[in-house]
Design a protein around this ligand. Structure first.
Ligand SMILES: [Zn+2]
Length: 324
């Protein structure tokens, strides 16, 4: 378990230029003061603040079914309340104890864990795009908090700010923002979602974000185009911001753990015949380790990813019509 000292935090704020977000401190910080409004672009300062918060010891590693997971959901839904997105209609009745954003599902017959996905939508016409990130992580083991800053507070925070961005800049397609639970327990939240999606309408694409903030080399992988080659020209049409490189791969069958096709929440979509692209970084020293902390992410790279993903979504929205 590591806590960030005030001195370290100051250093991080200086290095990451997240001065606005860091200056306010506390649960929510600068994000609390905002309101529903059109925004010009995804707010990277807020995105970094969400990671700092969700990867703090207060959330105890966000293990599915724990009070810490509930605290995580409260943080996410409080920000969704002000995002301009709306709850995605549940496919079955939900307990009164949950907010409209929260969808309880069976995690599987082999576990009693209460699985709760958080599902938001920005309405649009025609087929739907699901952008996803899992918010759970490994919890506390042997007295150490696995904060999961990169895995996957980073994708969760990006998704939260992406929902706010898209709400202010609606697309042609309807976009579902899926914060999946219990990915670490075997992609349980995404499996439950694909079996019984919220809302209505065909899903034509999944964009999955899992570990998108930590790469000293600045390399983000786009995985899945080997299976879904029609996606690649769309990705190639998007300008890659300074601060990151985009590489394709980790989707070659027969390459063992180098093949990420079934490694995260895009897998249930793929199995259901829904095209996916998965964005993530190469495994690093912090992978499933207590050292996956906020101070080890790569802020300049993460900011570039935060600038890139909205452009990817917009490119798919305008150029890719998988319904045909
Ligand atoms: Zn993950």
């Amino acid at each position: 378990m590591r806590r960030i000292s005030p001195f370290e935090l100051l250093a991080i704020c200086f290095l990451s230029a997240a001065v606005t977000a860091c200056g306010t401190g506390g649960d929510g910080g600068a994000a609390e003061a905002d309101e529903v409004a059109a925004v010009a672009e995804l707010d990277a300062d807020r995105m970094l603040e969400h990671v700092r918060e969700l990867a703090s010891d207060r959330y105890e590693g966000r293990l599915t079914g724990t009070p810490a997971a509930e605290r995580t959901r409260r943080y996410l839904t409080r920000h969704l309340d002000k995002s301009g997105a709306v709850p995605c209609m549940p496919s079955r009745p939900q307990p009164d104890s949950l907010s409209a954003w929260e969808h309880m599902a069976s995690a599987g017959e082999d576990t009693d864990a209460a699985l709760v996905n958080i599902l938001a939508v920005v309405p649009g016409e025609g087929p739907r795009i699901v952008v996803s990130a899992h918010y759970d992580h490994l919890g506390v083991r042997g007295g150490e908090v696995y904060n999961g800053a990169d895995d996957n507070a980073s994708g969760t925070a990006l998704l939260l700010e992406l929902a706010r961005y898209v709400a202010g800049n609606p697309l042609g397609h309807e976009v579902v923002f899926a914060f999946f639970d219990y990915e670490e327990g075997g992609l349980r939240g995404s499996r439950a979602f694909v079996e019984a999606p919220c809302g209505e309408g065909e899903i034509v694409l999944n964009i999955n974000l899992d570990m998108v903030s930590r790469s000293e080399e600045g390399v983000l992988f786009a995985s899945g185009t080997r299976h879904w080659p029609e996606l690649r020209p769309v990705l190639e049409s998007v300008d890659v911001p300074d601060g990151m490189h985009l590489e394709y791969g980790h989707d070659e069958p027969g390459t063992g753990s180098d093949d990420w096709t079934f490694a995260s929440d895009h897998a249930p979509f793929h199995r259901a015949g829904i095209p996916f692209v998965y964005f993530g970084v190469e495994d690093h020293d912090g992978y499933h380790d207590p050292s996956d902390d906020f101070e080890h992410i790569t802020p300049a790279f993460y900011r570039a990813v935060g600038a890139f993903i909205p452009r990817v979504l917009e490119a798919f929205d305008s150029e890719f019509d998988a319904a045909q």
